[in-house]
Write a protein that binds this ligand. Structure first.
Ligand SMILES: Cc1ncc(COP(=O)(O)O)c(C=O)c1O
Length: 308
């Protein structure tokens, strides 16, 4: 047994380069509580409430051609997520929007991933957050496509974890704590050779993936689970907007697992994920087709503010 006076030598781990593809900002500045700080100079105390108890909310956004896509919608949702967890975004909407724009411009990227996060910091470290300071940060980095699916589309596992009911969790908040089951589902899917996992909701209905909403297609029409117990997806709303403009019928409905076999095409959508075809949900095959291609093409234009 290791004695207290002879601490075990810890192997140094470079978290910045963990994994095959760095998925983190490694240089440039981070906006932290109103200041710009070099990423290498940033640190947070170990005794941070958000780290121990999940008192944190975040947004994942993308910038295209130097403009953050649907930035206001993301900031509004971030503010709402804070409120659902019982605190306030510690900056006004306008200041936060300006901070995101300025961070992007200082990073100097045209196309990038934007991560905004708000968390309860150090102070007391009991379950209650007390008056621990609320912190906010914005980090921006270059990000390749989230998925690089084979031409047949993504392969989805089905998670054993279910999305929680609305009386068991603040399901409309993009709260860090709610991602524990997404992370476990995603990791398990990866170890089983899948790209991602589909999650059912607490009543066994088709819900969403670990970081994306899901759409199905049949006879030129779109079908998607109602978002009653999920975050209000910004990309999902974009797809509904595209469909309305194109005159494509969309039905938001309860989708039970055995109904999935009645659809021909399937795709998933999210700010990081964008729009990606699905080729299989645990043995159930889908053939990415014209409607999926149409939505991918239109979203590709919409995100750059081009007409479609
Ligand atoms: C669990 C989950 N569902 C859906 C989405 C898609 O939401 P949005 O399109 O707003 O990024 C995300 C992405 O943030 C997510 O994490």
């Amino acid at each position: 047994m290791q004695s207290a006076s002879a601490p075990k030598q810890l192997k140094s781990v470079n978290l910045m380069s963990a994994g095959p593809k760095p998925f983190v900002q490694t240089s440039g500045e981070i906006w932290l509580n109103g200041q710009f700080v070099e990423v290498g100079q940033t640190s947070i105390p170990i005794l941070t409430h958000g780290l121990h108890y999940g008192s944190a909310v975040f947004e994942g956004e993308r910038a295209y051609g130097g403009t953050i896509f649907k930035s206001a919608e993301h900031t509004r949702r971030l503010k709402n997520s804070c409120n659902l967890l019982g605190f306030d975004l510690p900056f006004t909407f306008e200041v936060f929007e300006q901070a995101k724009r300025e961070t992007l411009s200082r990073i100097g990227l045209q196309d990038a991933y934007v991560r905004a996060i708000v968390w309860k910091g150090s102070g007391g470290l009991g379950v209650g957050t007390g008056d621990n300071q609320v912190n906010a940060a914005i980090a921006i980095w270059q990000m390749d496509p989230y998925f690089n699916p084979a031409s047949g589309g993504l392969r989805l596992d089905i998670s054993n974890w279910r999305r929680p009911p609305p009386d068991c969790a603040p399901v409309k908040a993009k709260a860090a704590g709610l991602y524990a089951i997404c992370t476990m589902s995603k990791d398990k899917a990866a170890t089983r050779g899948f790209d991602d996992a589909l999650m059912y909701d607490y009543e066994g209905r088709v819900a969403e993936c670990t970081g994306a909403h899901i759409f199905f297609c049949r006879n030129g029409a779109l079908f998607t689970p109602k978002a009653d117990w999920m975050i209000d997806g910004i990309t999902r709303a974009s797809v509904l907007e595209i469909a309305a403009k194109r005159g494509i019928s969309v039905t938001e409905k309860t989708i039970m697992p055995d109904e999935m076999s009645t659809y021909d095409e399937c795709f998933i959508v999210g700010s990081a994920v964008e729009v990606v075809p699905v080729g299989e949900i645990k043995g159930q095959a889908f053939a990415p087709g014209k409607l999926t291609e149409q939505i991918i093409g239109d979203y590709g234009k919409m995100k750059y503010g081009r007409p479609y």
